[in-house]
Design a protein around this ligand. Structure first.
Ligand code: AP5
Ligand code: ZN
Length: 217
């Protein structure tokens, strides 16, 4: 199944993607995680991305599209994928369509996670992620690690993302509304969008998502 996950910062895309990818046996491809891995490894790509991310802006398409394409080729897109954080504007959505067209492939669904803004702010303020892998995600109230400040999965140190400060979150939300939300209409025109509420327990949201995806693959 080929799925795009869309929703505001802090909606729970990474959290849900981990479960959905496992349930559906497809790779989870997160452009945010790829950028953070490049930053922690000190690569040229990471250096290019960092200032944009810290300011809450999108990394330029020239950098992002190539990185996403490389990762999808590596993942063998033919057998499906779950994209999290890509595409993030209409130009990226068009680039993805062109990429898939060249391979004779199509998306099966765009899962749109809906969460009120005050909840998003609470989720982001309490989020802590692992130094070793930004896909290891916790929350000080909603998903506490067994030992404070330590990742349950790998024992790494937990910290707060640089772009999770209040001012940057406001900027990221504005960027979401102006640049990312238009892709929902773009995909609605293709009949691909399934919108679900991302409120409630993590496993309830996963169940809702699995139901919404049922029969689309
Ligand atoms: P990215 O990493 O994609 O960030 P984002 O879209 O802002 O999303 P987040 O990672 O903040 O949130 P999430 O929805 O994954 O929520 P999570 O599961 O962690 O991008 C970061 C930056 O990279 C961008 O600003 C941009 O600069 C750049 N970038 C990335 N992709 C790009 C692209 N395509 N083009 C250009 N630039 C790009 O959950 C949040 C918290 O809530 C966690 O603590 C979690 O434990 C908790 N939680 C989750 N679900 C629940 C629940 N049901 N109940 C209670 N708590 C919950
Ligand atoms: Zn970890």
């Amino acid at each position: 199944m080929r799925i795009v996950l869309v929703g505001p910062p802090g909606a729970g895309k990474g959290t849900q993607a981990a479960f959905l990818a496992k349930n559906l046996s497809i790779p989870h491809i997160s452009t945010g995680d790829l950028f953070r891995a490049n930053i922690s490894q000190g690569t040229e790509l990471g250096k290019q991305a960092k200032s944009y991310m810290d300011a809450g802006n999108l990394v330029p398409d020239e950098v992002t599209v190539g990185m996403a394409q490389d990762r999808m080729e590596q993942a063998d897109a033919e057998h499906g994928f779950l994209l999290d954080g890509f595409p993030r504007n209409v130009a990226q959505a068009e680039a993805l369509d062109a990429m898939l067209d060249r391979e004779g492939m199509k998306l099966d669904a765009v899962l749109d996670l809906e969460v009120p803004e005050d909840e998003v702010v609470k989720r982001i303020a309490g989020r802590r992620i692992c130094r070793n892998d930004s896909a290891h995600v916790f929350h000080v109230a909603y998903k506490q690690p067994k030992a404070e400040g330590v990742c349950d999965t790998c024992g790494g140190e937990l910290y707060q993302r640089e772009d999770d400060s209040e001012g940057t979150v406001r900027k990221r939300l504005e960027v979401y509304h102006t640049q990312t939300e238009p892709i929902i209409d773009y995909y609605k025109a293709q009949g691909l969008v399934a919108t679900i509420s991302a409120l409630g327990q993590v496993d309830e949201v996963t169940e809702r998502a699995m139901r919404a995806l049922h029969g689309r693959g």
